[in-house]
Design a protein around this ligand. Structure first.
Ligand SMILES: [Ca+2]
Ligand SMILES: [Ca+2]
Length: 518
């Protein structure tokens, strides 16, 4: 461990605006500058090479322009998933699930769009958002998809509508589907489907749908957690989803809804498991804390709560530590270590701040400092705080990330993540993050930026930004990087973009003998 834990107690920042969010005016209250604003992220000499792996087919013409958030984007990759049998899959959120062969040549495995005629594609997280395979896919042929649909003209009934609203208020559906491949070894899908869960949104735009579905990769066959499905945690757009129902703190911080919660479900139908039925056609795991609490008002499928848009989950394969990347409102991006039953604060907290919406006349873009007693942990509140974070001067939306133990020496022992919008790649020291998981808000792990580089055919190395790579691939400027990270079967990091359809990989320096010898 080279880096000891650092306290992010910075020199006091003097901000001219009333609130930490300089871009927006604060009408109410008098939020003040705070020393708890995360440090600016800088580079400290860490350079990692990036290499092209594959490009998904051009689907620019697949959707009408008004049904495509980025019509100029080559293909909109969200996730890359490797199966243990060597097959690689990737999705284009315009509606296609691809299989990539051993030479990384893509072919359509399943046309997801074709079977969901009500799907909606006009938002950043929309269309065919995510997918994952059951850990026993090779034997049971089960995999899962998440997509968004419009409610208008939709005959389906949501399993959940936010409290206080009716079906007439529902604007969008967020749907998790189980697919059963008759032959798991086949290279195109043939089989059946079963809907697991359909969640109603009531804001004007499809915002923060669930998109990531994960199985804990460290759960062993036969253990109670094996085969349980986690969902990303979302406030269903009750922050800034638009329309009269947004900015609605009454919908957050509750255990009688799925709003803001990471769920853990047994995807088996209760008719097959014999267990307790959840909101949809799935089973509530008896081991879940809120299932075992004897309280029917706390939803048994909730694993942890208080997230705004914890859109990616991951586990450290060495010790099972669970991470969630939570995209902030106007100010702070968070990496959290997730513990069952814990409350991660939204909408009352953003980073190490009280969110302005908690105060009379306050707004979601304001932050107020916490007291020194809370910050130092001398007085405990009911919230769990991030272990790494950054402010919006350094980006706008945190990507998912992974505890890295792969072939690149410079990244080993680090958590690798980045910023979706700017395409910057970041790391934080894993040991420092775990040490910061201490119940003390002000202890957080420092973050540094990784310099990307490409190796030319003649061996020369050139520094690049992720945005420059996208722009070179597309031959045009990109207003957003739309960076996302995936982890391959060897633990290496894949970088994708919803702009250029490329799948790229972080690779050991071609001249690094320690990596080659490993
Ligand atoms: Ca309960
Ligand atoms: Ca801490």
């Amino acid at each position: 461990m080279r880096k000891a834990l650092l306290l992010v107690v910075l020199p006091v920042l003097v901000l001219s605006a009333g609130s930490v969010s300089g871009a927006k005016s604060s009408q109410a209250g008098a939020p003040v500058a705070s020393p708890s604003l995360p440090a600016p992220i800088t580079k400290h000499g860490l350079t990692v090479e990036i290499r092209d792996v594959a490009r998904l087919p051009d689907t620019r013409a697949m959707r009408p322009a008004d049904q495509d958030i980025v019509p100029a984007g080559w293909a909109r990759v969200n996730f890359v998933r490797d199966l243990p049998d060597g097959r690689r899959f990737a999705n284009d959120s315009r509606g296609l699930l691809y299989l990539l062969d051993r030479s990384n040549r893509p072919s359509v495995y399943a046309n997801v769009a074709a079977v969901f005629p009500h799907a909606i594609y006009n938002r950043l997280e929309s269309g065919f958002i995510g997918f994952n395979f059951h850990p026993d896919f090779a034997r049971n042929g089960l995999f899962y998809t998440v997509h968004g649909e419009t409610a208008a003209g939709n005959p389906a009934t949501p399993n959940f509508i936010p409290p206080g609203f009716t079906r007439a208020d529902v604007t969008y559906h967020n749907v998790i589907t189980e697919w059963h491949a008759t032959n798991p070894a086949a290279n195109t899908f043939e089989g059946t489907r079963r809907e697991l869960l359909r969640v109603g949104h009531v804001v004007a735009n499809l915002t923060h749908p669930m998109g990531d579905i994960e199985f804990n990769p460290t759960a062993k066959p036969g253990s109670p957690e094996y085969g349980l499905l986690y969902t990303s945690g979302s406030d269903l757009g009750f922050s800034n989803g638009g329309g009269p129902n947004q900015a609605n703190p009454r919908q957050a911080q509750r255990l009688d809804t799925v709003i803001g919660a990471v769920l853990r479900i047994d995807p088996r139908s209760p008719s097959a498991s014999g267990g307790a039925k959840g909101l949809g056609d799935y089973t509530i795991p008896a081991i879940n804390k809120f299932a075992a609490d004897g309280d029917p008002k706390t939803f048994g499928e909730i694993y942890a709560y208080g997230f705004r848009n914890a859109h990616r989950l991951s586990w450290d394969l060495t010790d099972g530590t669970m991470f969630a990347s939570d995209i902030g409102m106007n100010n702070i991006e968070e990496i959290n270590i997730v513990h069952e039953g814990n409350n991660y604060g939204w909408m009352k907290r953003e980073g190490l701040f009280e969110n302005g919406v908690t105060r009379a006349g306050g707004t979601l873009d304001q932050l107020f400092p916490l007291s020194p007693e809370i910050m130092s942990g001398r007085t405990k509140d009911e919230f769990t705080y991030p272990v790494a974070m950054y402010a919006h001067r350094d980006g706008q939306a945190v990507t998912g990330g992974f505890a890295y133990h792969g072939r690149i020496p410079a990244l080993r022992g680090k958590f690798v993540f980045g910023d979706i919008v700017r395409g910057r790649l970041f790391v934080a020291d894993l040991a420092a993050m775990k040490k910061a998981d201490d119940g003390v808000p002000q202890t957080v792990a420092p973050v540094e930026e990784v310099q990307l580089a490409v190796r030319g055919a003649d061996g020369t190395r050139t520094y690049v930004t992720f945005r420059e790579l996208i722009e070179a691939a597309n031959g045009t400027t990109a207003t957003r990087a739309d960076l996302h990270l995936s982890r391959d079967r060897d633990g290496e990091i894949l970088l994708t973009s919803r702009q250029d359809g490329m799948i790229r990989m972080l690779v050991p320096d071609a001249t690094d003998r320690s990596a080659a010898a490993r």
